[in-house]
Design a protein around this ligand. Sequence first.
Ligand code: HEC
Length: 237
Amino acid sequence: MKKVSNDPNQSNSASNSSSLVRVEQAGTNDQNIQKVHAILLREKSEPSEGYKPTPIFLASIVTAVLCMGGVYAYNNSGDLDPLVYDHRYDPRLKSTAGVETKLSPEQFVAAGKRLFGTCASCHQATGAGVPGVFPPLAGSEWVLGNEERLIRVLLHGLNGPIVVKGNNYNGVMPSFGKVPGGGYNWSDEKIAQVLSYIRQDWGNNAALVTKEKVSEILKLEAARDKPWTQAELKAFE
Ligand code: HEC
């Protein structure tokens, strides 16, 4: 009589295996295995040294992305104008015309400080100038004096011998205004900003220059097409 065990430790399969013998069937035969491996061996490329050229499709994707980036940057750079960071400035208008860009006096002077980078190559960031070559702006009677004379110097430039703080200079100050032959063509607002800045830094303390005042002087001197001399500017001391 077959004994039925209740012992859970006694494996069922062990007791079954004696009665049910299974022979494992091969999935394939040797011939098939060799055939498959022959294909794999044939298609493996030879190992080689050195670098492979960038695949052409990858190169074209990178080029396309760079081109799109360039177009995007061109369309959205706001002409690289510092005023683009003013939230009231709309770069799509390409100018501040028609947009209310009333800066606070501090912002006005700060904008002038950024513009001053162009002047600093000659007059130096310290405003001290270069002795005998570029006159100082710090403590200069030209900067602190009559704003109408100062505006004229910036708009049309200045040539020939001049005296600044008791020292003689004889150089060429370029013209920055929108004037015939002017190299920089700065707007009246930029002129007003940079002049306001140089009247406020390095211990200078004179009133800010308004854009309207610059426009007024530019209109008065519309016929002028050459730089000023010190003698001519005597009238505006
Ligand atoms: C290429 C050099 C150069 C640059 C750039 C330049 N200046 Fe001048 N500046 C001169 C020279 C030189 C003189 C003296 C001209 C003379 O001897 O007749 C002068 C004179 C002046 C004067 C009158 C004299 C004085 O020292 O106060 C002022 C004001 C002035 N520059 C302001 C500016 C401002 C503001 C800028 C920038 C917007 C500027 N300059 C950019 C060379 C330069």
